[in-house]
Design a protein around this ligand. Structure first.
Ligand code: NAP
Length: 293
């Protein structure tokens, strides 16, 4: 039976360290790090994420601001709001919750955030640095959180075959770069799979480490897992569940019940990668504060 990688507990550990650092800063008369978030529209999932980030900021002593805008905000108005935060020296990091309404060019908004405040790591400059193994910028929070989890549990990646399923710019692609880089949680031989991959089952079955970032509940089945593999489940899809108060629950991309007995280590959903993503975002914000405040 696999050991569960407890993202909640590991996240609490790192948040404790961040909180200590913030307490020292404020005790010496400095202002705390400040993260701003922009939410456009009223998508329930997006609101839940933004509010979880807001709570985490408060837990560690950061200042946190959420700016809510109606879904009909114009692109120019949103750009002006981003510029205002860019120029506000009291704000260290800015995230714009995606997706944005279809009349707004997400890439334009993302590229308008100053790279030094882009704690989500979506700006071309930060993505570019990552591809060169230059960690002076910011790495996207989910892959960064996964590397923090790997490090915490002393998981050896060097020389291992890692299969990443999903090639999005925010999860799969940066994850594949991190795992293949010559770093403490890298040096793996990486195969990046996507919807056009042939023989996905066979490829996955050769993996020592599987990272599933697809967005399809229970996609990864036991036939895809080599006994003893390490399985990281990024997927979070809301599926109907009448037994829950809200009428839904979060489902991962891995068929947890069937894969857990085969794997050596596995992240649950919820309580695995999700909390680590938020903690990695706090890390990036603290880094922005230390570099530029
Ligand atoms: P995305 O942008 O939709 O990307 C999904 C990827 O999966 C794409 O690269 C797609 O391939 C690939 N894919 C789809 N069907 C496939 C198939 N049948 N076989 C192989 N690959 C397939 O999603 P994302 O933003 O990366 O998010 C993925 C999941 O992670 C979602 O459930 C999301 O909610 C979750 N997530 C969780 C966190 C967290 O903190 N826990 C953070 C971010 C995202 P193509 O490129 O060929 O279309």
């Amino acid at each position: 039976m696999a050991m569960r990688l407890d993202g909640k507990a590991v996240s609490a550990h790192f948040k404790g360290q961040i909180a200590e650092e913030v307490a020292e800063l404020t005790a010496s008369g400095k202002r705390p790090p400040h993260l701003a978030a922009i939410l456009v529209g009223d998508d329930g999932g997006s609101r839940t994420y933004i509010e979880a980030k807001d709570r985490a900021c408060k837990e560690v002593g950061f200042s946190s601001t959420i700016l809510y805008f109606n879904a009909d905000i114009s692109q120019d108005e949103l750009l002006r709001e981003v510029q205002k935060i860019n120029e506000n020296s009291e704000i260290d990091g800015l995230i714009v919750q995606l997706p944005l309404p279809s009349h707004i060019d997400e890439n334009l908004i993302t590229q308008t955030i100053f790279p030094k405040k882009d704690v989500d790591g979506f700006h071309d400059i930060n993505m570019g640095k990552l591809t060169k193994g230059d960690y002076s910028g910011y790495v996207s929070a989910t892959p960064l959180g996964i590397t923090m989890l790997l490090k915490y549990y002393d998981i050896e990646t060097s020389g291992k075959h890692a299969v990443v399923i999903g090639r999005s710019n925010i999860v799969g692609r940066p994850m594949s770069i991190l795992l293949s880089d010559s770093s403490e949680t890298g040096n793996a031989t990486v195969t990046l799979c996507h919807s056009r991959t042939k023989n996905l089952i066979e490829i996955c079955r050769t993996a020592d480490i599987v990272v599933a970032a697809i967005g399809k509940p229970y996609f990864v089945t036991p036939e895809m897992i080599k006994p003893g593999a390490i399985v990281i489940d990024v997927g979070t899809t809301r599926i109907d569940d009448d037994t829950r108060e809200h009428g839904w629950r979060l489902a991962g991309d891995v068929d947890f019940k069937l894969v857990e007995p085969l794997a050596s280590m596995i992240t649950p959903v919820p309580g695995g990668v999700g909390p680590m993503t938020i903690t990695a975002l706090l890390n990036n914000t603290l880094k922005a504060y230390k570099q530029y405040a």
